[in-house]
Design a protein. Structure first.
Length: 473
RNA sequence: GACUGUAUAGCUUAGUGGUAAAGCACUGCUCUCAUAAGGCAGGGACCCCGAGUUCAAAUCUCGGUACAGUCACCA
């Protein structure tokens, strides 16, 4: 049986505009998914939208629409963005999908029957103008941060999940699965916080009704976490448990504490790994709505193309850490690495091969490619390091051209080795720059698949082609 | 404040008990197949400070300093 691989992104809030943050996680999932597909694994990649809740309901009311109609109109924005970014997901789940709602109710029932859900009172600072709850931290001198009006504590009946009951079990689980949370310093952070104690979690509301009804009390609507997190399970289609949940570091707590606790309660196997990545700043500044410096997907692509963007996001910064996005750095890497190193290598080899042709031989050059290292890096989701190794090999190839001077010697075997090496490079880079890799494959005459790396290239007639990465001045 | 972590060339980072690495940037040289690309060579680091362990510490321990992250109902 083929190995399986199941990767997810968070489900996004449809009222947002897809920006670099959404794009980053989603491209990362695509890179991982394409890598595992390349290896012939049974792979599933799930993304989607989180459509319930008060905010959507009131936004829809303002436009005189039902929440579902409202959400329906917003979904294409995300689907289009993913299409433009060449993202190849297997399923786009919506929390309004019937089948998802059914699963949420089933799991809620299980947890309730187990005695892990009880009726209590949710207490919070409620601003009537905002019609929203705030935490103590959000308040400014006991006033609403938006309306600057005095704010009052309000209580409403709410069902609670006994998260506190799972403190010990979670700590045991982390101990047994030291790779559950990545990067590992995040695991330490979480463990320390869990050791400090856990509060039970409010999981229902009565103040609005746009959500999934609790099966044991129809007056209550399920509030965010049970609903949203369960998408990974309801959308698994036989692939559960997930191999990796990719999340931003802001929502790690929910994925690494609440989520496994819910599953433990429901008697479902927890996921294998939750990976928290960092944030992008833009020209050194925090990206925020108030600054208005959130760059949308179209702008991101317009700088140097989709492949350049996909490449840059994982080349520039170790996956997991924060990075700084700037047009200048993107163009610099594009010019230096994709155009000058990779693009130029392909273009010079193709020109020489067209003139002097290839002759099959053992590709000794390929021995410099550290395939095993690259595999290990992907396994550990050290995507930047995988790229590092691949580009070190591209350098090896350029050095080789220089050393062997095929324009003088007309050595067909050297040109074969180089063409065969380009095959390996294009296949390995396919998860990052899929459409460029496909063009290279067509030009040099090979199939894209992991096994093809070690299969010798046929003695194809290679022709010069259009420049892959045009330099940007 | 509590907890955790980081501190290595101008920049971004790798590294690890035993002569300090890579990429970018910089300087010089050079080929001409190629996208004025490529190649070669070179300069540049008291590996944050102090103490300890050790034959040996950038690497381990302790203290200091600086910086960063996390501190729950925010997808």
């Amino acid at each position: 049986m083929a190995k399986k691989f199941y990767v997810t992104t968070p489900i996004y809030y449809p009222n947002d505009i897809p920006h670099i943050g959404h794009a980053y996680t989603t491209i990362a999932a695509d890179v991982l998914s394409r890598w595992h597909k390349l290896n012939g694994e049974k792979t599933r990649f799930l993304t989607g939208t989180d459509e319930h809740g008060k905010k959507i309901q009131s936004a829809a009311e303002k436009q005189g629409k039902t929440p579902k109609e409202f959400a329906d109109e917003l979904i294409p924005k995300f689907k289009d963005a993913w299409k433009k970014l060449n993202i190849n997901y297997d399923r786009f789940i919506r929390t309004t999908d019937k089948e998802h709602e059914k699963v949420v109710q089933e799991v809620l029932k299980k947890v309730y029957d187990k005695g892990d859900i009880y009726l209590g009172k949710y207490e919070g600072y409620y601003c009537t103008a905002c019609e929203a709850y705030y935490t103590e931290k959000d308040l400014e001198n006991d006033c609403c941060p938006i309306h600057k009006t005095k704010i009052e504590k309000l209580k409403e009946p709410s069902y609670f999940f006994k998260l506190s009951k799972y403190q010990k079990k979670l700590l045991e689980f982390y101990k047994k699965n030291p790779e559950f949370i990545s990067p590992d310093y995040r695991q330490k952070e979480i463990i320390n916080r869990v050791k400090e104690g856990l509060n039970d979690l409010s999981i229902s509301r009565t103040s609005f009704d746009w959500g999934i009804k609790l099966p044991f009390d129809k007056k209550h609507v399920c509030y965010v976490w049970f609903d949203a997190l369960l998408n990974y399970y309801s959308g698994a289609d036989g692939f559960w448990p997930a191999d990796v949940h990719l999340v931003g570091k802001d929502i790690l707590w929910f994925h690494s504490v609440i989520w496994p606790a819910m599953l433990l309660s429901a008697g479902i196997e927890p996921p294998k790994k939750v990976f928290a990545h960092g944030w992008w700043t833009f020209n050194g500044e925090k990206i925020s709505k108030s600054r208005g410096n959130a760059i949308n997907v179209d702008e991101l692509i317009s700088i140097a193309g989709v492949d350049a963007l996909r490449y840059f996001l994982f080349r520039e910064t170790p996956f997991g850490e924060d990075g700084d996005f700037s047009k200048k750095m993107l163009i610099e890497r594009y010019n230096n690495e994709l155009a000058d190193k990779l693009g130029n290598l392909i273009s010079r080899v193709a020109a020489l091969a067209e003139k002097y042709e290839l002759e099959k031989t053992e590709n000794k050059l390929l021995k410099k490619l550290k395939l095993k290292e690259i595999e290990k890096h992907f396994e550990k989701i050290e995507i930047d390091r995988a790229l590092n190794e691949i580009f070190a090999f591209i350098d090896n190839c350029n050095e080789y051209v220089q050393a062997k001077k095929p324009w003088e010697t007309h050595y067909k075997k050297v040109l074969y080795e180089l063409s065969d090496s380009i095959k390996a490079i294009a296949i390995l880079l396919y998860p990052f720059i899929p459409s460029s890799s496909e063009k290279i494959a067509k030009q040099f005459g090979f199939e894209i698949g992991y096994k093809e790396i070690e299969k010798p290239l046929k003695e194809n007639k290679i022709k010069r082609a259009e420049i892959l990465f045009n330099k940007i001045k």
